[in-house]
Design a binder for this molecule. Structure first.
Ligand SMILES: Cc1cc2nc3c(=O)[nH]c(=O)nc-3n(C[C@H](O)[C@H](O)[C@H](O)COP(=O)(O)OP(=O)(O)OC[C@H]3O[C@@H](n4cnc5c(N)ncnc54)[C@H](O)[C@@H]3O)c2cc1C
Length: 396
């Protein structure tokens, strides 16, 4: 057994999953964990209560300086980290709050990934270094008010006018929208769905923030209004036509969620474990009751299985072997189990479980969004159903 093996009683690593990590992996994890402990955890309950992410630009620049933006992309100022390292970063950030992980996922796995994979050399040179450094925030507009799970029905339309493009339509629930300097917007054209790189100062572009959310409150979520936004010919992403463009970006971001959701679950599990050891009822710590131990054991089993699954998918991604239905497997399982772990943790904390003094309810309500965005539970069940049966049940 290596000296780095966890002891059997380490509640964070009952299975010795740490042994699967290299020194660099652990260093990335430690960097992100201590940044989150310093910059997010002392403030997050307050931000959450206020429904704001103050200092988002400064936080984004700091994340850029840590190499967390477009982390697994190469060149153009990106860190070129492994998929496992990117996953570990997502886990540490989401252990602080899903809103912070969402900021990083949308920036790196959606907006930057789209430009990196499908953009022209000029588009990459123009946008990626600033986005990697956190100087420019990006957003990714796919969902519309009437088209969420079925983006193929999108109405946002880009028409040709001479060599220009003119974009008209609306996008909904767009993370980072109101603070973005650049938006990757997917629109119908006469030749199929295309991606457009839209500077947000373009005339006709508006991004009003969506308020009154009870989930992901420390995250900027916006509507995008595109009112005849005129763009030059070279605003289109040349590398892809059709829904496979946005769907491949989503696959990359979903992979980060497979890890991230386990961060939220771990934070809630540890909070419940500590609480159960301290809290006394009927003359002894509630951790000493068999029913509480059954809950803790079940939570630990799902947490460790989820992390193991995330690591497995990460090594497949690093080997170039990860298939979309495998990402669906991970996103479906880990978000579903994470929210269940948070809900069980909430019961262990009793009334205190609903307080912002503890992270549990915040994580649980955040995970309601995480369960839905990047493909709902049902969409991933349908992806797996199709992979298993060969039959497409998306249309009933
Ligand atoms: C906080 C937050 C941030 C987001 N950020 C972004 C972003 O940055 N960019 C972006 O483009 N989008 C973003 N989204 C949108 C998100 O991706 C969509 O909400 C999601 O795809 C679901 O779409 P919908 O909400 O329209 O639900 P709908 O598609 O209307 O689905 C409603 C329900 O019907 C079910 N359903 C739909 N079709 C079927 C079917 N065939 N069979 C069975 N059940 C079905 C769904 O599973 C779901 O339970 C965000 C959402 C949230 C909440």
């Amino acid at each position: 057994m290596s000296p780095k093996s966890a002891s059997a009683s380490d509640p964070q690593d009952l299975l010795g999953i740490d042994d699967l990590l290299g020194d660099e992996d652990r260093a990335v994890r430690e960097t992100m964990r201590s940044w989150a402990a310093d910059r997010v955890l002392p403030h997050i309950a307050d931000w959450y209560e206020r429904g704001e992410l103050p200092g988002i630009r400064e936080l984004t620049r700091e994340l850029g300086s840590l190499g967390a933006l477009g982390m697994s992309l190469t060149g153009y100022g990106c860190a070129g980290a492994s998929a496992v390292q990117y996953g570990l970063a997502c886990m540490e950030l989401e252990a602080a709050d899903s809103g912070i992980r969402s900021l990083v996922s949308v920036q790196g796995s959606l907006a930057m990934y789209a430009i990196h994979r499908f953009g022209s050399e000029e588009q990459k040179q123009r946008w990626l270094p600033g986005m990697a450094a956190g100087e420019t925030i990006g957003c990714f507009g796919l969902t519309e008010p009437d088209h969420g799970s079925d983006p193929g029905g999108m109405r946002t339309y880009a028409k040709r006018d001479g060599s220009d493009w003119v974009l008209t339509g609306r996008k909904m629930w767009i993370t980072n929208g109101s603070v973005a300097g650049v938006a990757v917007v997917w629109a119908r054209t006469d030749d199929g769905v295309r991606g457009f790189v839209v500077p947000t100062e373009s005339p006709g572009f508006l991004a009003p923030e969506i308020h009154h959310k009870w989930s992901l409150r420390a995250s900027v979520t916006s509507e995008l209004v595109l009112d005849e936004v005129r763009l030059p010919a070279d605003a289109v992403l040349p590398g892809v036509t059709g829904l496979k463009g946005p769907l491949s970006c989503l696959s990359h971001a979903r992979y980060g969620i497979v890890w991230g959701s386990m961060g939220a679950a771990r934070s809630s599990f540890l909070a419940a474990l500590e609480y159960a050891k301290e809290r006394e009822q009927f003359g002894k710590p509630i951790a000493g009751f068999q029913l509480t131990q059954a809950k803790l054991a079940d939570m630990a089993v799902e947490l460790h299985k989820g992390i193991l699954l995330a690591h497995h998918l990460g090594t497949r991604m690093d080997a170039g072997l990860l298939r979309p239905e495998q990402v669906s497997f991970g996103k479906l399982n880990n978000t579903r189990e994470a929210i269940e772990i948070c809900r069980t943790a909430r019961t262990i904390l009793g009334a205190n479980g609903i307080s912002l003094e503890y992270p549990v309810m915040r994580h649980a309500t955040n995970l309601e969004s995480v369960l839905t965005y990047e493909g709902t539970v049902e969409m991933h069940q349908l992806v797996l159903g199709k992979a298993l049966t060969g039959l497409d049940a998306f249309r009933g």
